[in-house]
Design a binder for this molecule. Structure first.
Ligand code: MG
Length: 172
């Protein structure tokens, strides 16, 4: 593949259930329920992984990390992001910026958006200003509004590793 600037999109939804921790973007959040799933069910890191895989034309998270594989039972989802970044690096790519939207009726994510942003930036090796985290409610309708699930959408840009930074010298 000829490396160029490429964009990828990711989306994921997990059910909210009792008896599970709530982990979003690698941040453990105090809440009376958590997300169900084979791994730690971090819906944000799953969407980010899918966006990275998509940008590089590498399929999806189900291909790369099947939920039938016992290695991924209760796995920290940061493993999926790191492993995918390794694959991108071998292909000559690096992430440039990331934008995510988290859809959750509760808990209120405003107070921890910045922690999630910094955690994502650290994971992707990006400065915080290259990562953006938005939080939306479901306006009391649908599976988000009824507090049955949390979902996330992610968009990522990747570029050749030797692609020049803009003249400002900033990593963006
Ligand atoms: Mg998932």
């Amino acid at each position: 593949m000829e490396p160029g600037i490429r964009v990828g999109i990711g989306h994921d939804t997990h059910r909210l259930v009792a008896g599970r921790p709530l982990i979003l973007a690698g941040v453990r959040i105090e809440h009376d329920r958590g997300l169900s799933g084979h791994s730690d069910a971090d819906v944000v890191l799953h969407a980010v992984t899918d966006a990275l895989l998509g940008a590089a034309g590498l399929g999806d998270i189900g291909d790369a990390f099947p939920d039938t594989d016992p290695r991924w039972r209760d796995a920290e989802s940061s493993l999926f992001v790191r492993s995918t970044l390794d694959r991108l690096e071998k292909l000559g790519f690096r992430p440039v910026n990331l934008d995510v939207i988290i859809f959750a009726e509760e808990p209120k994510l405003g107070p921890i958006k910045d922690r999630m942003r910094h955690n994502l930036a650290g994971l992707l090796g990006l400065p915080p200003e290259a990562v953006n985290v938005k939080a939306k409610t479901g306006e009391s309708v649908g599976h988000i509004g009824r507090k049955e699930a949390i979902a996330c959408q992610a968009v990522v840009l990747i570029a050749p590793r030797n692609h020049a930074a803009p003249p400002s010298g900033k990593s963006l």
